[in-house]
Design a protein around this ligand. Structure first.
Ligand SMILES: *Cc1c(COP(=O)(O)O)cnc(C)c1O
Length: 427
């Protein structure tokens, strides 16, 4: 579900034509829809409201302060994974008491910063980390609170680079070792381990892996409770999938909730969630213009002005993003839901960027309407891990970010300049 629709033959973001934004801010450009962002946040919050879940937006998926502010104003908390993300969440007015700090490699400085601002809890990934957080908290005269991240050994059926809950992944503590860890660290002076955390991967298109993981986690909590440990919360992580291809590709979060709520209702501990992609994925598009066309062998290439530095997901994860002209010829105008279909009088092309890498592509062997130099394309579902993973590779200034709210839009991050590219370097 999103508020990018074809009206009068062209793509609009809410009430603003995509072409107008591209003309005024240039391309490539990320464009977000505030209504779509808030719709998805509210959908998650409402779906898990029966267990009064705390929603901590995974800021790594898309961290622009303006988006985070909009979410914080709705009562959303944050899941941060670095000192930089903590800084960003605070800049956005995030409430430290609704912040969870995750990540396998927290440095001492990062742990100190998090303790000093009073975050709610750390998600802890190893025994060495437990000992270190206890020590760092002690040196500050504070008591830290944490959840042990367990590896439930379930197959989330996602890309090898984004599956995180199987034996042999670097994340968490194997579930069969968790009781031993709780026993060993029962009486730490400066760290109270009061929660359990899991995150099985992303994007997850099926319900069963969540059900399996949560079932295992609940059984573990029961065993821990029997041994006298007080478990105060269970954090289910994120990973809910979004529609990269078609409007009905991913399950609405309400379906996940339907399967999970019966397991969670009436438990004496609190529930937390850390969705990123589900909240922001469908709320963003990447606008890019066709620069050139060329043929090589049997292939047709459409060369656009966005590259892998702007959107790395296709080459990093072999991921699919639906792409379509913002002003297609009449036969190729899409319905309001921009449901993917075969183009009329189209062609099969590789959509590639300007970067000096064969891996620099946005789509391969893709049937598209015929496009020409100057045409504007929309790369859909680019809100999550789009701008957030962009870089200056090939010394390309990063694209601006634009936030549309109804009939108006604001540039919420300006396009970088050449001066920005060298600003941190010393002569
Ligand atoms: C990345 C990550 C998330 C968010 O994943 P999404 O797919 O964006 O929902 C949540 N929790 C942890 C621990 C993560 O690493």
């Amino acid at each position: 579900m999103d508020f990018f629709t074809y009206q009068n033959g062209e793509l609009y973001c809410e009430g603003v034509p995509a072409e107008k934004i591209a003309r005024e801010v240039g391309t490539p450009a990320y464009v977000y829809s505030k209504a779509t962002l808030l719709h998805h946040y509210r959908q998650v919050a409402d779906a898990f409201n029966p267990v009064n879940a705390t929603i901590c937006y995974s800021i790594k998926s898309c961290g622009n302060i303006n988006l985070c502010k909009a979410l914080a104003a709705e009562g959303c908390g944050f899941d941060v994974t670095s000192g930089g993300e903590l800084f960003r969440a605070l800049q956005a007015g995030g409430d430290p008491k609704k912040m969870i700090y995750a990540g396998v490699g927290k440095t001492d400085d990062e742990i100190r910063e998090a303790l000093n601002v009073g975050i709610a809890a750390f998600n802890i990934e190893s025994e060495e980390e437990i000992e270190n957080i206890d020590a760092v908290a002690g040196s500050l005269g504070k008591t830290a609170v944490g959840a042990l991240r367990i590896n439930p050994d379930v197959d989330a059926k996602t890309h090898v680079k984004t599956t995180t809950g199987r034996k042999g992944n670097k994340f968490g503590v194997d579930i069969d070792r968790a009781e031993g860890v709780f026993e060993k660290y029962r009486n730490l002076k400066h760290l109270r381990i009061g929660g359990l955390h899991l995150h099985i991967g992303s994007p997850v298109y099926e319900i069963q892996p969540y059900v399996d993981a949560v079932t295992k986690a609940i059984a573990l909590i029961d065993r821990l409770t029997e041994r006298g440990h007080k478990i105060e919360w269970l954090d289910l992580g994120g990973g809910f999938a979004v529609n990269y291809k078609n409007p009905d590709q991913a399950l609405p979060v309400t379906e996940h909730a339907k399967a999970l709520l019966p397991l969670l209702q009436g438990k004496p501990y609190r529930i937390a969630l850390e969705p990123g992609r589900y909240i922001v994925g469908n709320a963003g598009i990447l606008l890019t213009r066709v620069l050139y066309r060329k043929a090589s062998g049997s292939k047709q290439f459409v060369i656009v002005d966005a590259g892998m530095n702007d959107l790395i997901r296709p080459t990093l994860y072999e991921s699919y993003h639906f792409i379509w002209p913002t002003k297609p010829d009449a036969a190729n105008v899409l319905d309001a839901r921009h449901e993917e279909r075969a183009p009329v009088n189209g062609e099969t092309v590789d959509v590639v960027g300007p970067i000096c890498e064969s891996g620099d592509f946005l789509a391969k062997d893709r049937p598209l309407p015929h496009t020409r130099r100057g045409d504007l394309l929309s790369v859909f579902t680019a809100g999550a891990y789009g701008f957030a993973m962009s870089s200056n590779y090939n010394n390309r200034p990063r694209a601006p970010e634009v936030l549309v709210d109804g009939e108006t839009y604001k540039v919420i991050r300006r396009r970088e300049t050449y001066e920005d590219l060298v600003a941190a370097e010393r002569m």
